[in-house]
Design a protein around this ligand. Sequence first.
Ligand SMILES: *[C@@H]1O[C@H](CO)[C@@H](O)[C@H](O)[C@H]1NC(C)=O
Ligand SMILES: *[C@@H]1O[C@H](CO)[C@@H](O)[C@H](O)[C@H]1NC(C)=O
Ligand SMILES: *[C@@H]1O[C@H](CO)[C@@H](O)[C@H](O)[C@H]1NC(C)=O
Ligand SMILES: *[C@@H]1O[C@H](CO)[C@@H](O)[C@H](O)[C@H]1NC(C)=O
Ligand SMILES: *[C@@H]1O[C@H](CO)[C@@H](O)[C@H](O)[C@H]1NC(C)=O
Ligand SMILES: *[C@@H]1O[C@H](CO)[C@@H](O)[C@H](O)[C@H]1NC(C)=O
Ligand SMILES: *[C@@H]1O[C@H](CO)[C@@H](O)[C@H](O)[C@H]1NC(C)=O
Ligand SMILES: *[C@@H]1O[C@H](CO)[C@@H](O)[C@H](O)[C@H]1NC(C)=O
Ligand SMILES: *[C@@H]1O[C@H](CO)[C@@H](O)[C@H](O)[C@H]1NC(C)=O
Ligand SMILES: *[C@@H]1O[C@H](CO)[C@@H](O)[C@H](O)[C@H]1NC(C)=O
Ligand SMILES: [Cu+2]
Length: 631
Amino acid sequence: MLPSLLLQLVFVAHCLAKTVEYHWTTGWGSADVDGQGERPVITCNGEFPWPDIRVTKGDTMLIYLTNGFNDSAGTTTSLHMHGLFQEGSAQMDGPPMVVQCPIQQGDTLLYNFTVSSNVGLYWYHSHTEGQYEDGFRALLVVDDGEDNENFPYDYDEEMVMSMGEWYEETVAELTPKFMSLFNPTGAEPIPRNLILNNTMNLTWEVQPDTTYLLRLGNFGGFVSQYFWIEDHEMTVVEVDGVYTEQNTTNMLYITVGQRYSVLVHTKSDASTNFAIMQKFDDTMLDVIPGDLQLNTTSYMVYNTSAAMPEQNTVDELDFLDDFYLVPYNKVPLYDDPDYTITLDVVMDNLDDGINYAFFNNITYTAPKVPTLMTAMSAGDDATNPDIYGSNTNTFVLQRDEIVEIVLNNHDTGTHPFHLHGHVFQTLIRDKEYDADEGLDPVAYDPDNHDDFPEYPMLRDTIYLRGQSNFVIRFKADNPGVWFFHCHIEWHLLQGLSIVLVEDPLSLQSNSSQQLTANMLEMCTNSNISSKGNAAGNYENFLDLTGENVQQKNIPDGFTKKGIIAMVFSCIAGILGLVTIAIYGMQDMTPEQEAEDIRELLPEEDILESSPSKEETTVKENVLVNQRTAED
Ligand SMILES: *[C@@H]1O[C@H](CO)[C@@H](O)[C@H](O)[C@H]1NC(C)=O
Ligand SMILES: *[C@@H]1O[C@H](CO)[C@@H](O)[C@H](O)[C@H]1NC(C)=O
Ligand SMILES: *[C@@H]1O[C@H](CO)[C@@H](O)[C@H](O)[C@H]1NC(C)=O
Ligand SMILES: *[C@@H]1O[C@H](CO)[C@@H](O)[C@H](O)[C@H]1NC(C)=O
Ligand SMILES: *[C@@H]1O[C@H](CO)[C@@H](O)[C@H](O)[C@H]1NC(C)=O
Ligand SMILES: *[C@@H]1O[C@H](CO)[C@@H](O)[C@H](O)[C@H]1NC(C)=O
Ligand SMILES: *[C@@H]1O[C@H](CO)[C@@H](O)[C@H](O)[C@H]1NC(C)=O
Ligand SMILES: *[C@@H]1O[C@H](CO)[C@@H](O)[C@H](O)[C@H]1NC(C)=O
Ligand SMILES: *[C@@H]1O[C@H](CO)[C@@H](O)[C@H](O)[C@H]1NC(C)=O
Ligand SMILES: *[C@@H]1O[C@H](CO)[C@@H](O)[C@H](O)[C@H]1NC(C)=O
Ligand SMILES: [Cu+2]
């Protein structure tokens, strides 16, 4: 009786699941997103913005992505569905050199996967070189049953909105200025505006006395945003695809990568319109240009004939702390960890003078073979983390173990961390230890910490405060190769990521995880081996000769602080110009400038002798004078 009933249910579920197919070709076009003029954008089939899409849990998605870029730089591409677990389809997750080979110009890769268990709001984006900051991104709603019938709360209408930031220049223009000897502190480029649904001044026409399910996703690449609606409360019911117990607030704080679904009940009086506010978390900006609009106003419109509201200001940025949210399913705190990964975050300079981001002194350096393919081809060696390379920060997880990640931030900045393939519980998120108040970074102390929540919040992206720490846990029940990284695209370029190889032997044996012929073709066309260790060695997986490694450290005898003080105090006089360089107002290219500096500071001078104070001063003068002369 029971089995046959079950069978029927399976059959019904199967009938409803559909296959949706998309054919997307990347290209370059032009769009005026923020009303301040056209600039190049990445298009989808010649159009911008990219399509927001909706599927139902259980659906299979077939996305044929064609690289339609035709530039001489050979720009490649890729696609990541942010938040989807990709159960049984780890190769479809997107990050190049982690799970796949890059898609070369003219090539098409089929992303073929089933949305088996995810529901709620997600988004998709290129996982290549900050490309999504140029527009290659959009939202993805996964309905929980037909018409979202299994959603646990009642609502009348739904509204989906993306938020993000917009830059004056393209990522290709900004990156060389950012990753430069002339940006020794790693100051991130400053966006020009905050945007809502790929525009500004958006109007949302609402009906009175109606409960809206408002779904908000921050698909930006850098700043967190405060979000509020004048004189309206928001009841949080879902974050990052996890239903929550209701928690009502006036304000949200949404980092890049995060999503919130809230219930908003409109007023019964339809006479007045209200401001929808977005505000920069300006503590994340290294400089705040005088003309940067920190608060951005959009409109909740009850009455199209009535006046539009002015900007709404508040006395305090009193936002909901997501740490205290309780998942609707009340998943209890996971057991003590079987495996703890402790990571220290540092931003620092290497021998080339560029500012990098480090986990445990390693800045992620892509291997020669995508890590998933190393795992697939390594046989029993796949469980040995060494084969994945010494500069990829790869950790191997065993099936079903409880994994704990302890993250200690030695940097003063806020970082939103994202884990692929899972949601995680947040056990601890410590307060900020503000350097401006003379405080030093504080690491998590396993013997002395706050009590863990009984039902910790589950989500896929969470922020870490400046000089602070967090502790997260998840269960390694999804074989795959999963990236864990800061979602600030600038910091990802700087190497702030690790790779988790989860249950590699199951990957090898499971038929659904076998690499598709189309995927292997991407490797052939990229001249990248789809077999072998991080160095591409297939004979002996333990021989890493020839692997990619990060730049050398600044040599011994010079503390990193010391060399930065020496080399860069010289530049201090022109630090203002660095900022200008970032804004693109500088007519000199970073390469030219780097050349100038190298000439003035021959390597042996900088690196081989500990300079006296006097020498340093002389060099400073030379440089400053040189700059003055040029200007
Ligand atoms: C938004 O409104 C401002 C002020 O009216 C205008 O300058 C700007 O161009 C508008 N932006 C868009 C995208 O419509
Ligand atoms: C590249 O593509 C654009 C349109 O996306 C087209 O205008 C241009 O002619 C193409 N260039 C080459 C070299 O094919
Ligand atoms: C293969 O992977 C799928 C998806 O994760 C899983 O449902 C299935 O049980 C796995 N098969 C085996 C034999 O482990
Ligand atoms: C998508 O993957 C499924 C499961 O591996 C496979 O059966 C199907 O043929 C694939 N579809 C295409 C169009 O390749
Ligand atoms: C914002 O974009 C979403 C998805 O494209 C669309 O459904 C929605 O209507 C837009 N919102 C407004 C207020 O225009
Ligand atoms: C809409 O605004 C107009 C202009 O202020 C006003 O005359 C009208 O009564 C308002 N409508 C409602 C339903 O309040
Ligand atoms: C921006 O919003 C904040 C918070 O409401 C307010 O304190 C501040 O005065 C606003 N800034 C400007 C320039 O309007
Ligand atoms: C709602 O969130 C606040 C923190 O902003 C927390 O103190 C409170 O316990 C939460 N309440 C519920 C019911 O989740
Ligand atoms: C990082 O390097 C510092 C200085 O060389 C060293 O003290 C520390 O132990 C290293 N940390 C790790 C996790 O290897
Ligand atoms: C791969 O190698 C071939 C032959 O050397 C070359 O023509 C092609 O441009 C290379 N492709 C890439 C993406 O490097
Ligand atoms: Cu970061």
